[in-house]
Design a protein around this ligand. Structure first.
Ligand SMILES: Cc1cc2nc3c(=O)[nH]c(=O)nc-3n(C[C@H](O)[C@H](O)[C@H](O)COP(=O)(O)O)c2cc1C
Length: 143
């Protein structure tokens, strides 16, 4: 049974909470989930993984976190052609530009972004966002 990898970067836990809820959705749908801080994986670990999710909050000025996540995503772009990816993350005061840019990048890298412009939520995910996360996990598991 193939595992669905859910990799995230999170500073204050909001994106991590989303990642865990996506993992719960995967498990509820009967598949195995591996929810991992991206510091614990390398892009090459995803080379043979067909379906995965990546999460990162809006950082800097509407960008991915620059010291760990950005270099990780640059490597993931090289192996993303033909893969199905879901994107998610929390933001504070912006309008989601970082996520639209991220979706464009992954699409340009040849990936199919499962959830359009990504699943985003302001600050801490509430119950309805957690439900959306679980549904996203179920969608990932159904591929
Ligand atoms: C250094 C820094 C830069 C940030 N830049 C943005 C930004 O450009 N746009 C935005 O909407 N939120 C921004 N935020 C807010 C975070 O995205 C928000 O607090 C988010 O919930 C953090 O998610 P996390 O708990 O997963 O780390 C920034 C936060 C920090 C600490």
């Amino acid at each position: 049974m193939s595992k669905i990898v859910i990799g995230f970067w999170s500073q204050t836990g909001n994106t991590e909470t989303m990642a865990n809820a996506i993992g719960e959705g995967v498990i509820a749908a009967g598949k195995e989930a591996e929810v991992l801080d991206i510091s614990k994986i390398a892009a090459k670990d995803l080379k043979d993984v067909q379906v995965f999710a990546l999460g990162c909050p809006a950082m800097g000025v509407e960008v991915l976190e620059e010291s760990e996540m950005e270099p990780f995503v640059e490597e993931v772009e090289k192996i993303s052609n033909g893969k199905t990816i879901a994107l998610f993350g929390s933001y504070g005061w912006g309008d989601g530009q970082w996520m639209r840019d991220w979706e464009d990048r992954m699409t340009a890298a040849g990936a199919k972004v499962l959830n359009g412009e990504g699943l985003i939520c302001q600050d801490m995910p509430d119950e309805s966002v957690l439900e959306e996360c679980k549904n996203l996990g179920k969608q990932l598991a159904a591929i």
